[in-house]
Design a protein around this ligand. Structure first.
Ligand SMILES: [Zn+2]
Length: 184
């Protein structure tokens, strides 16, 4: 990540707005924001394949569901946060991953500039491509700051996106048990 470019960009925005760059409170702001992006946009240098590499053998193929996973991302249209919770379910085909790796995989893609729809699909595809389960289903529910603090200003509005892959595709029974396990 090129922190100098980020700093220069932040200075330009502040200057463009008409702020005084030499005001005490703003002196360190470009530097702070450059450091912040190193953490918040860490997904660009992370790889889901690394997190999904360690697997454990299982004999059954019962659904594994991780829910209420908090996540924070940015909408690529406004560079404002969207955040909420995720649920990821998969039907193993002989192998499972450690439970914490589900949240890790989500982070890899959340810590980038995103569309919620694409983020949902990327998590599902990472599971299909790396773990090769029989199927995966991902549901993201998020509040977008670009909807709540600007534009149509509708606080509390949630955007829900769902992606199914493999045996979940077109299986009402599997999708229903996913929603049942979510308590919906
Ligand atoms: Zn937006």
């Amino acid at each position: 990540m090129d922190k100098e470019k980020i700093k220069a960009g932040v200075r330009l925005i502040l200057d463009g707005i008409g702020e005084d760059l030499n005001r005490e409170g703003l002196l360190e702001t470009p530097d702070r924001i450059a450091k912040m992006y190193e953490e918040l946009a860490a997904g660009y240098t992370d790889d889901a394949a690394v997190h999904l590499q360690k697997r454990f053998h299982v004999d059954n193929s019962d659904m594994v569901l991780e829910k209420d996973i908090p996540f924070y991302s940015f909408c690529e249209h406004h560079m404002l946060p969207f955040y909420g919770t995720a649920a990821v379910a998969y039907i193993p085909d002989g192998e499972v991953v450690g439970l914490s790796k589900i949240a890790r995989t989500l982070e890899v893609y959340a810590k980038r500039f995103q569309l919620q729809e694409r983020l949902t699909a990327q998590v599902a595809d990472a599971f299909m491509n790396e773990l090769h389960p029989k199927g995966v289903m991902v549901l993201l529910e998020a509040e977008h700051m670009c909807m709540t603090m600007r534009g149509i200003r509708k606080p509390g509005t949630k955007t829900v996106t769902v992606v199914t892959r493999g045996v979940f595709d077109g299986s009402e029974a599997l999708q229903n048990s996913f929603y049942r396990m979510l308590g919906r």
